[in-house]
Design a protein. Structure first.
Length: 119
């Protein structure tokens, strides 16, 4: 099993983020906002936004991003052509690892149902 998070699965440029935010739907959780939109590619892509204003310490920002990437990576086989951006809230710092993973998994699966219902 390949555990790498390939570059093609990431939203990287400002233009890609702007395009997604312009046409995105949103799901709010207690720890993050999840923006998503169908893309023209044959694979899903992920972007993560963690502002220093929301999560002050770099260790905590990196920890949040690691958990988000892992949750996304596990769902890649079931996701189609969709772009997702996860925007961290301040409350994410107070969440434990299990609580954060559970919240992300529930909402990413909810997003999967919503996006497949629209397509």
């Amino acid at each position: 099993m390949n555990n790498k998070f390939a570059a093609r699965l990431r939203l990287r440029t400002t233009a890609e983020f702007k395009q997604l935010f312009r046409r995105a739907n949103k799901i709010s959780t207690s720890f993050c906002g999840i923006y998503y939109s169908v893309n023209d590619l044959s694979y899903p892509r992920l972007g993560i936004v963690v502002a220093k204003k929301s999560i002050k310490r770099a260790v905590e920002r990196n920890y949040f991003k690691r958990i988000v990437r892992e949750s996304f990576r596990l769902l890649i086989p079931s996701l189609q052509s969709i772009d997702i951006v996860i925007l961290a809230y301040q409350t994410a710092v107070k969440a434990g690892e299990q609580e954060l993973r559970k919240c992300l998994n529930v909402h990413l699966k909810k997003l999967l149902k919503e996006s497949s219902g629209k397509g």
